[in-house]
Design a protein around this ligand. Sequence first.
Ligand code: OFO
Length: 169
Amino acid sequence: MLSKRMQEVLNEQVKIEAQSSQVYLAMASWAEIQPGIDNITAFFYRHSDEERMHMMKLIHFINDRGGFAVIPALVQPTLTFPSIKHAFNELLNHEIHVSESINKLVDIALQEKDYATHNFLQWYVAEQVEEEALARTLNDKLEMIGDEKSGLYLFDRDILNVSVPGGEE
Ligand code: OFO
């Protein structure tokens, strides 16, 4: 059984994962109307889907443990970006913020001596390590490319084979 506090903070995480899904969905929609970046567009759509899955996993966990998962209202995400680089930079910053939030949850699970939730959260801890690493790599590549069109062409080609971490449930 979840404590009231644990339930509250897990529900806050439901909101963060839902918001992440919206943030990447907005990036995908913006990318879709930019010329020639179809694979970047697909990457953002995939990322949005993964975040929804992270939210669903939390919802089931809360309800399975005797709590009540609250479906949250969301904030409108950023809709347009000055460049692809800006969008990926926002993605990295967003993932850093999510990692901090997961770490706080882990702390609280330990304070509450809730070892089942602590165990459940380890999946998210590992997930955030991978997601941040991927976001950093992509940002580094974009930094190297600068404004070069040919570099962006190759970046878009290569991202086709990049899988977003944490796809499996
Ligand atoms: Fe939910 O993994 Fe990123 O944010």
